[in-house]
Design a protein around this ligand. Structure first.
Ligand code: NAP
Length: 287
């Protein structure tokens, strides 16, 4: 079997066209969705990510501001900026790019964002809402993965989903979203014994580790849906995922490529969350 590709770029184009349409409709009612992206320091990867986010906003008609600060910024200064953005009516979503320089406590900074503007979905209130199945912003990468499943008609209900990785931004929220969709969920991590034993049982396999080729063909059940969240570099310095794409493609039913898979979907879901944050202000239903 050669797996079909879940094309994150094509799906993103389609969803971003919908975002652009909805943003234009909101703007016509006097609300232009606005995202503030805050970057502290000069981490090269973060600079690329924030540039892509701001560019995606421009392409879909969303207002965005990029605030760049030196790595020497103090925590009180950063908290004061976040509070100002919380109070800014032109800003509906606030994203503080992680990682922050080590003298800044990421959790305190994230908790200072108003939950109504927490479009990254990392605030405790958003994490708690996800845990108990209440409305709230969902982290962009796992919700992008759910959209990819939906796009191929993969209904998680009753399926066995195996997630490799338990981070707060990918693995855990991914597990929660799949659990809410009534999958039976297994979460694997660095202390998991016999990883392949678990992955071979997966109808849906999500790899979110950050280690190239951690998933090989022999670890995948025939016909499984394989979602590769990982972002790594190969020996030539090219972007690659956690999954041995060439090998696993011959076993899986569906597979996401890297690049062109989960990456673009993450930014797309950020646009969707920002649009929804703006829409809620119009409806007057902050949460
Ligand atoms: P992370 O915080 O470093 O978490 C990695 C997870 O992998 C941890 O839970 C770790 O287990 C687990 N792990 C490490 N080695 C393992 C092993 N040998 N077997 C099983 N599990 C193992 O990383 P993250 O932030 O979740 O990101 C994961 C990957 O996704 C990275 O490559 C990142 O760049 C990428 N990413 C991509 C996007 C995108 O938009 N495409 C977005 C976010 C992240 P422990 O908890 O036990 O340490």
């Amino acid at each position: 079997m050669t797996a079909q590709i879940i094309d994150g770029l094509a799906l993103s184009r389609q969803l971003r066209a919908e975002v652009a349409q909805r943003a234009a409709a909101l703007a016509a009612r006097g609300v232009r969705p606005g995202l503030a992206v805050v970057l502290v320091g000069d981490d090269p990867a973060s600079q690329i990510y924030v540039r892509n986010k701001v560019k995606a906003c421009a392409e879909t008609g969303l207002h965005s501001v990029l605030e760049r600060y030196p790595a020497s910024m103090t925590e009180p200064e950063l908290l004061a900026r976040v509070r100002a953005l919380n109070d800014d009516p032109a800003i509906h979503g606030i994203l503080v790019q992680l990682p922050l320089p080590s003298h800044l406590a990421a959790h305190r900074v994230i908790e200072s964002i108003s939950p109504a503007k927490d479009v990254d979905g990392f605030h405790l209130a958003s994490a708690g809402a996800l845990m108990i199945g209440q409305p709230g912003f969902r982290p962009c990468t796992p919700s992008g993965c759910m959209k990819m499943l939906e796009s191929i008609g993969c209904e998680p209900r009753g399926k066995h989903a195996v997630i490799i990785g338990r981070s707060n931004i990918v693995g855990k929220p991914m597990a929660m979203l799949l659990l809410h969709a009534s999958a039976t969920v297994t979460i694997c991590h660095s202390a998991t014994r016999d990883l392949a034993h678990h992955t071979r049982q997966a109808d849906i396999l999500v790899a979110a580790v950050g280690r190239r080729n951690i998933v090989s063909a022999g670890m995948v059940k025939s016909g499984a849906v394989v979602i590769d969240v990982g972002m790594n570099r190969d020996d030539q310095g090219k972007l690659c995922g956690d999954v041995d794409f060439a090998g696993v493609r011959e076993v899986a039913g569906w597979i996401t490529p890297v690049p062109g898979g989960v990456g673009p979907m993450t930014i797309t879901m950020l646009l969707v969350n920002t649009l929804e944050a703006a829409q809620r202000t119009l409806a007057g239903s902050h949460r």
